[in-house]
Design a protein around this ligand. Structure first.
Ligand SMILES: Nc1nc2c(c(=O)[nH]1)N[C@H]1C(S)=C(S)[C@@H](COP(=O)(O)OP(=O)(O)OC[C@H]3O[C@@H](n4cnc5c(=O)[nH]c(N)nc54)[C@H](O)[C@@H]3O)O[C@H]1N2
Ligand SMILES: Nc1nc2c(c(=O)[nH]1)N[C@H]1C(S)=C(S)[C@@H](COP(=O)(O)OP(=O)(O)OC[C@H]3O[C@@H](n4cnc5c(=O)[nH]c(N)nc54)[C@H](O)[C@@H]3O)O[C@H]1N2
Ligand code: SF4
Ligand SMILES: [Mo]
Length: 761
């Protein structure tokens, strides 16, 4: 891998971690970043429209908006403001830029630097043997790509990657194109994100999505926030939790790190939040060992069964269990047996702490469990989430108000992309519906997910990569191996808004296909268009761009995919790509006939705030083979590191959007001017004989004997759980072995990497 130049690492300064999130500094930071990118006018235009019923859906996370009547004028957070203005930036990457910077040089630049160059403005090509991107017309670029696609020996040699930034209309066209071309190779960022949630929920509840609404969050008696850092990654979730607390609900946070937003929140939307002390969020904080959540929920389940034994008929919801579930007896037999010494070893928590949580559960009529990457990116992520479901089923906490499962999604439309068919293993019923609507037979064989796509590129089974949004080489594990895989490709092409490392680490031929962002106005032959997205709580609504596009040469994603499909597959009366491009409502008509729950899509999405997709679980319908919710038996597993090693998690700083750092700061954790830092408990530093701020390499330990090393990090003493460490993604992706994946979901174990810290000379 070419060494990446990182700016200003020596300027590291550390302040004590913050004990509250948001407040006025959040507003100031959002404005500072926005005004560094673009004019006051464009900033105001984006912010006034952000998350409003007729405005731009925030391109940040998938947290839902309140109903149109309950919405604030400023229905966004600090990070949402940064994300939208990072896209609305006035900076431009032009053909001249590529003349000045050869591809090899771009490959040495940091992720931060690449993103700061601004919006991509015209299609570019890198020809075989050349070290420069040069301009190319749209017709030639799409013609070249279509020609390469047609020249493949098999459609399965092509990969179509997406990130959850993509809107529903484009996502539907992408999967339609891939399947009409003949492959299910639709890897996506979800493979690295909530795949474990989807798998576990599908198996136990019959639907791979959450079951709660925003009202449920507000009304709940008890909410668990597990493996999630909402203060940074879903900031408006804190407003919702503030509401829960106002209604008398409680919050239990489970995390190895005492994250600022879990402790106290100062809501910048009200006076109390600006001048007062704000709201205490977590009533109880469980500082768990990494990967200990399976044992925690097993312990709670054992305690619930024992409480029922002690006072029969008072603890479990027997009526619910009898009517709506299967597998209770087998589950209960195993659940009673988990020994306390194992629970303690895996969680690091005391029995008293867990019994205190039990008391809260017993006092609550409704319980919700929210979670994110702290659960999904662990080897036993799927069993852990299944155990969470067991926990909720025991007291009938599924399908009633204020109760349920809440996997908190990442990208703004990652859930919608799945609903639209972006998945390498869509069920046959979906493929049949495509066949009925479009008159071709989609391939039935499953495609490759993200990890398997890398393997396929490495050994030459895949030769052409098209990325639609996202930054594949930085989002995926084992960076050096992934980069080798990408460089082996015959052709790599990216439909992107901004420059990133996947454009620099490319195939023999490479294409940059620049596109409109969510904030840009989208005018087609049929007039001004809007797109739709689905949030984390299954609400589908419209998003309308408001800004003058970053360049006259940009095409929308729908237009690029439609034209590419027509050039590749030829004109086809059954799939009118031109009509789709001219008027997106014609795509929505097709979606309404193919995707369940979208009947009368155009009319329903025209209503302010959109509509919620039906969730069968909430009417007692479980689409499992038995028609019931399923209790599961999950073997005990724990994560541990050998003597002298630590379990490392790779996570997000406050100032980044996934693979893209906005600034080298992590304000809530008190880290300034550096990203190559590793947070370690002071007791572990003592035991390892390392001083605070020592320079170290992180070396991961995996049974294939390959050395994976992240160079030149600084140690920072930090109150993380003893035995664990934390460092930022994507700088640490080089340490995650390609084969280190979660059971069943194949998600890289980005939160459970065994490392040693090697002092630098
Ligand atoms: N500003 C901003 N917002 C974002 C993103 C962004 O990059 N920037 N990314 C978006 C995306 S795609 C996603 S998926 C979400 C991610 O949202 P999060 O999942 O909140 O993101 P991470 O930073 O990966 O943080 C994981 C959290 O899990 C905790 N954790 C780690 N291991 C364990 C464990 O074993 N058990 C428990 N209980 N906790 C653990 C960590 O300490 C951390 O608090 O955020 C979305 N929102
Ligand atoms: N080690 C480690 N690895 C991880 C994770 C982790 O926690 N630890 N998290 C994983 C998770 S949860 C996720 S979701 C993935 C994220 O993986 P990706 O979704 O692949 O990565 P992003 O950084 O979100 O992609 C950013 C790029 O998207 C493009 N883009 C932005 N907006 C648009 C748009 O509107 N249209 C188009 N066409 N392009 C656009 C821009 O060019 C930008 O550079 O990373 C995963 N990788
Ligand atoms: S919480 Fe998420 S969706 Fe809402 S404004 Fe913030 S980043 Fe955007
Ligand atoms: Mo994600």
């Amino acid at each position: 891998m070419s060494k990446i130049e990182d700016p200003g690492e020596d300027a590291l300064s550390v302040t004590p971690p913050k004990t509250w999130a948001a407040g006025l500094p959040a507003v100031a930071h959002a404005m500072e970043y926005s005004l560094g990118q673009t004019s006051v006018r464009r900033t105001m235009l984006t912010l006034l429209n952000l998350n409003q019923a007729k405005g731009i859906d925030c391109p940040g996370c998938a947290w839902p908006e309140p109903g149109p009547k309950q919405r604030h004028l400023n229905e966004y957070c600090e990070n949402g403001a940064k994300h939208v203005n990072d896209e609305a930036t006035s900076r431009r990457v032009t053909a001249d830029f590529f003349r000045q910077h050869p591809v090899s040089e771009l490959g040495r630049k940091s992720d931060y630097w690449l993103n700061q160059q601004g919006r991509l403005t015209e299609p570019m090509v890198k020809r075989p043997g050349s070290d420069h991107y040069e301009p190319i017309t749209w017709d030639d670029a799409l013609g070249l790509l279509a020609g390469e696609l047609r020249a493949l020996d098999s459609p399965d040699e092509a990969l179509f990657y997406t990130s959850g930034r993509l809107n529903n209309e484009a996502a539907f066209l992408l999967q339609l194109f891939a399947r009409a071309f003949g492959t299910n190779n639709l890897p996506d960022c979800s493979n690295m994100c909530h795949e474990s949630s989807g798998f576990a929920l599908q198996q136990t509840l019959g639907i791979g999505k959450g079951s709660v609404s925003l009202d449920d969050i507000h009304e709940s008696d008890l909410i668990f926030v597990v493996g999630q850092n909402p203060g940074t990654n879903h900031p408006r979730m804190l407003s919702a939790l503030e509401e829960t607390k106002r209604h008398g609900g409680q919050v239990v946070a489970v995390n190895p790190l005492p994250e600022a937003g879990l402790i106290r929140f100062k809501n910048p939307q009200n006076a109390r939040g600006i001048v007062g002390r704000g709201t205490a969020i977590a009533d109880q904080f469980l500082q768990i060992r990494p990967g200990g959540d399976l044992a925690l929920f097993k312990a709670l389940n054992r305690l619930l069964l024992e409480a029922e034994d002690a006072a029969p008929g008072t603890v479990l919801d027997h009526e619910f269990i009898r009517a709506h579930t299967t597998g209770f007896e087998e589950f209960a037999e195993q659940a009673r047996q988990i020994p306390w010494d194992e629970i303690h070893a895996a969680t690091g928590l005391t029995r008293e702490e867990i019994e205190q949580v039990l008391d809260r559960v017993l006092a609550s009529r409704s319980v919700i469990v929210c979670w994110a990457m702290g659960l999904t990116q662990q080897k036993h992520g799927v069993p852990t989430i299944r155990e969470v479901v067991n926990f909720l089923l025991l007291r009938g906490n599924i399908g009633k108000p204020g109760a349920g499962v809440c996997p908190v999604r990442g990208h703004s439309n990652v859930q919608g992309d799945r609903t639209m068919g972006i998945w390498e293993q869509m069920p046959q019923s979906f493929l049949d519906a495509l066949e009925r609507e479009f008159g071709f037979t989609p391939p039935a064989e499953h495609g490759w997910d993200s990890v398997d796509s890398i393997r396929a590129m490495l050994d030459g089974r895949a030769r052409l990569f098209l990325g639609v949004a996202g930054n594949f080489v930085r989002a995926t594990p084992d960076s050096e191996i992934t980069e080798r895989a990408m460089r082996r490709s015959r052709l790599t092409a990216h439909i992107s808004t901004k420059l990133n490392r996947s454009h620099a680490v490319c195939g023999e031929t490479a294409l940059i296909l620049p596109t409109l962002g969510r904030s840009d106005r989208d005018v087609q032959a049929g007039g001004e268009q809007f797109v739709t997205v689905e949030d984390s709580m299954s609400v589908v609504h419209a998003s309308r761009g408001r800004l003058e596009p970053a360049s006259e040469m940009l095409l929308s994603e729908v237009a690029i995919l439609g034209r590419l499909a027509r050039l590749t597959l030829g004109a086809d009366p059954d799939i009118p790509w031109e009509e789709f491009e001219a008027d997106y409502s014609t795509i929505r008509d097709r979606i309404s006939r193919v995707v369940p729950g979208f009947e009368d899509f155009n009319a329903r999405v025209a209503k302010p705030g959109g509509f919620a997709l039906p969730n069968p679980v909430n009417s007692g319908v479980f689409r499992t083979p038995s028609g019931k919710a399923v209790f599961t038996r999950n073997e005990f597993e724990m994560l541990s590191a050998p003597e002298g090693h630590l379990v490392l998690q790779s996570l997000r700083s406050h100032d980044q959007w996934n693979t893209i750092p906005y600034a080298p700061n992590d304000r809530y954790r008190g880290i300034h001017n550096a990203r190559r830092v590793v947070l370690v408990n002071p007791a572990d530093l003592d035991a390892l004989g390392l001083a605070d701020r020592a320079a170290v390499d992180l070396v991961s330990v995996w049974h294939d004997g390959v050395e994976r090393r992240a160079h030149d990090f600084r140690v920072v003493a930090y109150p993380t759980t003893p035995g664990s460490a934390a460092a930022y993604y994507p700088e640490t992706n080089v340490l995650v072995p390609l084969d280190s994946v979660a059971d069943f979901s194949n998600t890289p174990t980005s939160k459970g990497i065994v490392v040693r810290l090697e002092p630098r000379a």
